[in-house]
Write a protein of this length. Structure first.
Length: 393
């Protein structure tokens, strides 16, 4: 396969860490990979041991891997190649934090695939809060398959959780709806110190629906249901999923949400409840993150088939909670990205450390980025500032 950008760089380097053979890059024009990878080897701890690439991998004509992603060529199928390569050089020059990957899709085609530092095309990158966004799509999939309805979103969470003892629940918690939980407006308020002490002394009580039982018992009485970004709300969504689908939520996500999209090389940690974590804790490859963006941009369709109801997608990315800086739907963010004197509506999944799926519906543009920063990093603003002008000139 030929790459037409003169900036493509390749270096061959093999390093052994903990029994894993890590291939930093190779000279055959393919994206850098970690070799001899097993699912059990995917972890946040091991990821920190991956050596930095000696040279970045930048492809302006992404490889067609027959994985459901349509590929194209930057500059030919859209975008100003020089502008984009100028931005990737800034990443190489460490001007944009510890970025590990950057992918750009335009009008349904992957035009740029690039990896830096710890980025590998086949190693699932650890994801923090963006895991919430994936959890929302699992609920949407359950609705598509008939295990729930759109009306169920407005029913109390405890109506699905039959194992909860309602005797000692805090005032107002019985009325929390799934809609409220998925928009971070459950009203649950638990002191951090109190929650930590309970986890330390009573971890067995958090198994299964006991996790939500505990949140509802330890919560202060409901005074308002204003937005609060917290772990209790996505945990409710995951427990509802566990309750309504056949088998386990873990198997449902694997077989019904991810398998139809060709996503199999991933990891998803277990919560104390035994169900998959929902506030953070999944690991995804960059190309699979792009698939989630493409799914949303195509209103729940994947390769022409309805995977998630269109009406659910519309609600999930709509502004349920709003302030002057951002909107929030079902674990998906929205904001106006300012580029020069113009603003572009952006729908995003975000994770601490710098994991982003940035979608610009009117431009038909998707930006995927992963990183290992101490905070969010600057790509939420810098990526649109540098990439959008290359597609609107």
């Amino acid at each position: 396969m030929k790459f037409r950008s003169s900036t493509n760089k390749f270096v061959f380097c093999l390093v052994s860490i903990g029994g894993l053979l890590l291939q930093a890059d190779n000279s055959n024009g393919l994206a850098p990979e970690v070799t001899d990878l097993n699912a059990k080897d995917i972890s946040y701890t091991l990821e920190k041991k991956i050596p930095y690439l000696e040279k970045a991998f930048i492809s302006t004509q992404a490889e067609d891997k027959n994985d459901g992603i349509t590929v194209g060529e930057l500059g030919v199928d859209g975008g100003n190649k020089e502008d984009i390569l100028r931005f990737t050089q800034e990443i190489i020059d460490n001007k944009h934090n510890n970025t590990d990957s950057l992918l750009i899709s335009y009008k349904g085609k992957l035009l740029l695939e690039s990896y830096y530092k710890r980025g590998r095309s086949n190693y699932p990158h650890y994801q923090m809060s963006i895991t919430k966004s994936y959890t929302a799509m699992a609920i949407g999939r359950a609705i598509q398959l008939g295990y729930m309805t759109m009306d169920d979103l407005h029913k109390p969470v405890i109506s699905f959780l039959k194992d909860i003892n309602q005797t000692n629940l805090a005032e107002g918690t019985k009325k929390i709806t799934l809609h409220e939980a998925m928009s971070m407006r459950s009203g649950i308020r638990v002191e951090k110190k109190r929650a930590q002490e309970f986890i330390k002394t009573n971890p067995h009580s958090l198994k299964g629906q006991g996790q939500i039982q505990t949140y509802m018992e330890l919560s202060s009485p409901m005074k308002n249901k204003s937005f609060k970004y917290q772990g209790s709300d996505p945990s409710m969504a995951m427990q509802v999923l566990e309750a309504v689908v056949p088998g386990s939520a873990k198997d449902f996500i694997k077989n019904e949400l991810l398998a139809p999209m060709g996503i199999s090389n991933y990891a998803w940690q277990d919560d104390l409840s035994g169900s998959p974590k929902s506030a953070a804790g999944s690991s995804w490859r960059s190309r699979d993150m792009l698939k989630m963006g493409l799914l949303i941009m195509d209103q729940g369709q994947w390769q022409g088939k309805d995977l998630i109801p269109k009406e659910f997608i519309e609600v999930a990315i709509s502004p349920i909670d709003v302030n002057e800086h951002r909107t929030y739907g079902y674990f998906w963010w929205g904001h106006q990205a300012k580029v020069g004197d113009k603003s572009y509506h952006c729908i995003s999944g975000r994770g601490a450390g710098g994991q982003f799926i940035l979608m610009f519906p009117k431009l038909e543009l998707i930006i995927v980025s992963t990183a290992h920063n101490k905070g969010m990093g600057s790509m939420l603003s810098k990526a649109p500032e540098n990439i959008i002008p290359a597609f609107v000139k």
